[in-house]
Design a protein around this ligand. Structure first.
Ligand code: UDP
Length: 195
């Protein structure tokens, strides 16, 4: 997969269709994959945070989320075709999930928001298999029970909406305990989807 670096941070040159093909192949493969949708703000934060830079550069897929990324890629003579935003990727994956029977877990947002987002997604894709939700305002002592809930639900994919870059660090810290094939940070997407 072709990629470029913007201020030392990797971005993969994928459009939405290519990102979806990769998601499909990750599910077939079956091992854990971390997908990041990158915007300029995270690149800015990574300039003073080597750990964040390493985390992004080591992810399985880094899509060009922000318009600033698309602009910078063009400016550097390494154009990317289009934005692949967290919310669009989530919605497109949900369409595929509806057809392929992928099991989905929604983690994040204020109490009730992930459940409302699940209801909204089900309205669009009645056969979608959302196997569980949990809000994003958990205490550390509640984390083990939450991880047990996620494991029991046996999702293929987890969308994590804790805001960037917290969600990326959370995914990396818990990758061994997450029984999923794909984890994607989606920022404020549940707020948008739930209306
Ligand atoms: N959030 C959360 N737990 C927290 C802090 C934030 O679940 O401890 C949620 C918040 O409710 C919101 C999302 O994370 O739904 C962050 O949205 P924002 O638009 O700020 O994130 P960005 O898209 O900029 O990463």
């Amino acid at each position: 997969m072709a990629s470029l670096k913007i201020l030392g941070v990797r971005v993969d040159k994928v459009d939405m269709l290519e990102a979806l093909c990769l998601v499909d192949s990750y599910i077939q493969e079956g091992s854990f994959h971390h997908v990041i949708t990158l915007n300029a703000e995270i690149i800015y934060q990574a300039q003073s945070n080597e750990e964040l830079k390493d985390l992004i550069n080591g992810a399985d897929l880094v899509t060009p989320d922000g318009s600033g990324i698309v602009w910078a890629a063009g400016y550097l003579g390494e154009p990317v075709a289009e934005r692949v935003t967290g919310i669009d990727l989530m919605l497109e994956i949900c369409k595929q999930a509806h057809h392929n029977g992928w099991r989905i877990f929604l983690l994040g947002g204020a109490p009730g928001v992930a459940e409302e987002a699940a209801q909204a997604l089900k309205k669009d894709q009645p056969n979608i298999n959302i196997v569980g939700t949990h809000h994003g305002y958990f205490q550390q002592r509640e984390e083990e029970a939450m991880l047990a809930q996620i494991r029991k639900a046996e999702p293929d994919l987890i969308f994590v909406a804790l805001g960037a870059p917290r969600q990326e660090f959370w995914i990396r810290a818990h990758r061994e305990q997450l029984p999923v094939k794909i984890a994607i940070g989606v920022g404020g997407s549940f707020d948008v989807v739930s209306g």
